[in-house]
Design a protein around this ligand. Structure first.
Ligand code: ATP
Ligand code: MG
Length: 652
């Protein structure tokens, strides 16, 4: 890949870690050298964070690449590690979950209570025929039972597949079928945007649709909203009856380090979701270590990850990583603007949150609403902020730092994927002098590289493909039921080289810091110049009137492709003014260069996003090229595309 245009960030400040945090940080600068000197020895050290009932005999078995085995011979139980051992260590009274329901109901659950509930749920699932190795689909709102259900499955060695609550019946059906689930755990509904939104009907519809192919024997239903719910006495059971009535005594069984822990489907941003398989030992080690190091977690911290459990972040950094560390954390059911736009910051203030992890899309939404809103709350407890899901535009980074982090909390911009299972590239809050917009450096123990078409490392200052050179503990083991697709998708880009192809473009700057440039599939080629979506979008968002932006390359007779931009305006920009698009095009030209200047700029009310907040550029490409809109089933809001196309035809 040649150098994308405009490789200079428009924000040149570098933010050093606060001195106090640096002095007391869990990970200090020496960690990089230690990890590089003896990578596998370093991971063996990290494995001591976990309780093994049988010690492992080998750190990594890479004798059959790309199929890795980590901590071979070791046996453990993931749920025991996340719950029981904290109780045994005398921390049973520590709050594990500060649950906040959208309507305002709250519930604090201690580790001792969590142990009882997980044990009850494990007993109930056993009673319903679930055995180690059986798959269980979880389709729940963000309520404590979701965490309990995941841990109960882990306790039994029954891999879970969490499907985002609110995905359509079709999306649910395809996942149930793909992972051949024996049981589904759902709820009558959940609270979203001030209303009780039903869930159970989608399960009924999905299973009916599968007809004779339906593998599910039972549906366990949590009563959350109390709304009227169809109930089939032959298959359906109430959670409060089967779990509530079960014994709190349950002995966790130890499983092989490579026992499947869960199957998670990717967001489907670029195509059909892939069922990513994660196993137990290596996954738990990497998530526990990275959570501890990247968030600098201390026992008296209060953590909050806003991700849904239907996304990998909700698995690695809401359930497994944090709970393995005995964290106290917030679990919030609803949306950030219900009943008012300050809801998140009100929760931070009430629960005295110290570590906060969210996505750039959420930050840009808050930017759009304006800084007056967070300013009304006391956010002084926050000491580390995290970002995940896409590159954080420098503009959004600075807004996050100033308005949420009070100009003192460092931001960790964590690059990773469903496939990587845990953080891969990230600043360390007590070590890294961070540059807004850059994920900076590989996590100690991880060997990430940026390479060219031939698989050679690119020098500083150049860009190429992001790859991982060495296997890592939390890596995916395969695509569920499709080893060939696993090899083909991730390991065959460079013949004869064992390089994991992440699918993202990246650049190493003059200091060696890594900047993510967007999906390789989304790179635009204008008159022979390769342009990064991330850089043009960041330039647009740096304009005071723009809240969000998405750019795509649309076929163009003269230039091959032309840049087409879709922008959402900040609320303060109202209608933007008559010459807005000319103004924005000139701004991009100034920030990056003439070649990056969008040929068309369309002001839209919303952007098409997946459930995890990622922009689906392929749908925008359909709009830009005047085609029928492609598969939009994994969109968070399926009406968005109609809103966009209706608005465009009305204004043209
Ligand atoms: P699919 O693979 O099905 O198209 P997806 O890639 O959107 O879906 P995820 O695994 O949820 O599914 O997302 C991982 C991707 O998100 C990364 O490959 C990268 O493109 C993007 N990403 C995540 N974190 C960051 C970050 N900090 N900076 C830049 N990009 C990021
Ligand atoms: Mg992906």
């Amino acid at each position: 890949m040649s150098e994308p245009i405009g490789s200079h960030p428009h924000e040149d400040r570098v933010f050093a870690p606060p001195a106090g945090l640096a002095a007391d940080a869990n990970l200090k600068a020496d960690v990089y050298e230690r990890a590089a000197k003896d990578r596998l020895g370093f991971w063996a050290e990290q494995a001591e964070r976990i309780s093994w009932s049988e010690p492992f005999t080998e750190v990594l078995d890479w004798s059959n690449p790309p199929f890795a085995k980590w901590f071979t011979g070791g046996r453990l139980n993931a749920a025991y590690n996340c719950v029981d051992r904290h109780v045994e260590a005398g921390n049973g009274d520590r709050v594990a979950l500060h649950f906040v329901g959208e309507p305002g109901d709250t519930r604090d659950i201690t580790y001792a209570q969590l142990k009882d509930e997980v044990s009850q749920a494990a007993n109930a699932l056993t009673g319903l025929g679930v055995r180690a190795g059986d798959r269980v689909v979880i389709y729940l709102p963000m309520i404590p039972e979701a965490v309990v259900a995941m841990l109960a499955c882990a306790r039994l060695g029954a891999p879970h597949t969490v499907v985002f609550g609110g995905f359509s019946a079709d999306a649910l059906a395809s996942r149930v079928l793909d992972c051949d689930a024996r049981l589904v755990i759902t709820a009558d509904g959940g609270h979203r945007r001030g209303a009780a939104s039903p869930l159970k009907p989608a399960v009924d519809e999905a299973l009916a649709k599968l007809g004779r192919k339906n593998p599910v024997e039972h549906v366990v239903v949590v009563r959350r909203t109390g709304q009227e719910t169809a109930f089939d006495g032959a298959t359906d059971v109430w959670w409060h009856e089967v779990v509530g009535g079960a014994s709190t005594a349950h002995t966790p069984e130890a499983f092989d380090s490579e026992h499947p822990l869960y199957v998670m489907y990717t967001s489907g941003t670029t195509g059909k979701p892939k069922g990513i398989l994660h196993t137990t030992g290596g996954y738990l080690v990497q998530t526990a270590y990275s959570f501890w190091g990247v968030f600098d977690h201390k026992p008296d911290d209060v953590y909050w990850c806003t991700a849904d459990i239907g996304w990998v972040t909700g698995h690695s950094y809401l359930v497994y990583g944090p709970l393995a560390n005995g964290v106290t954390q917030v679990l919030y059911e609803g949306t950030p603007d219900t009943p008012h736009k300050g809801r998140w910051w009100e929760i931070v203030q009430d629960k005295k949150v110290t570590l906060f992890y969210t996505a750039p899309t959420a930050i840009r939404t808050c930017m759009k609403w304006g800084e007056r809103i967070p300013a009304e709350y006391d956010l002084s407890t926050l000491r580390v902020l995290g970002s995940v899901g896409e590159s954080i535009n420098p503009e959004a980074y600075l807004w996050y730092r100033d308005n949420i982090g009070q100009r003192k909390a460092p931001i960790v911009d964590t690059w990773w994927q469903t496939e990587t299972g845990g953080h891969m590239i990230t600043p360390l809050p007590g070590v890294t002098a961070a540059k807004p917009g850059s994920a900076m450096t590989p996590l100690p123990g991880i060997s990430v590289d940026v390479v060219d078409d031939a698989g050679n490392s690119v020098p500083n200052g150049e860009s190429g493909y992001l790859v991982v050179r060495e296997p890592w503990p939390a890596m995916l083991r395969t695509i569920w039921g499709d080893d060939e697709r696993y090899k083909e998708t991730y390991w065959s880009r460079w013949e004869g080289l064992s390089l994991y192809f992440a699918g993202d473009g990246a650049k190493r700057d003059a200091d060696g810091a890594i900047w993510l440039l967007g999906r390789v599939d989304d790179v635009m080629n204008v008159s022979g110049h390769r342009l990064s979506t991330t850089e043009i979008e960041s330039a647009l968002v740096s304009h005071p009137k723009v809240a969000e932006a998405a750019v795509v390359g649309a076929a163009d007779e003269t230039t091959g492709q032309a840049v087409v931009a879709f922008v959402i305006l900040r609320e303060s920009a109202a209608d933007g003014g008559a010459d807005l698009t000319t103004e924005l095009a000139a701004h991009v030209r100034r920030e990056i260069g003439p070649i990056a200047k969008p040929k068309r700029i369309l002001v839209v009310p919303e952007l098409p996003k997946t459930r995890s907040g990622k922009i689906m550029r392929r749908l925008l490409r359909d709009v830009a090229e005047n085609r029928a809109i492609g598969d939009a089933t994994t969109l968070a809001d399926t009406t968005v595309m109609t809103q966009i196309t209706a608005g465009l035809s009305a204004s043209s």
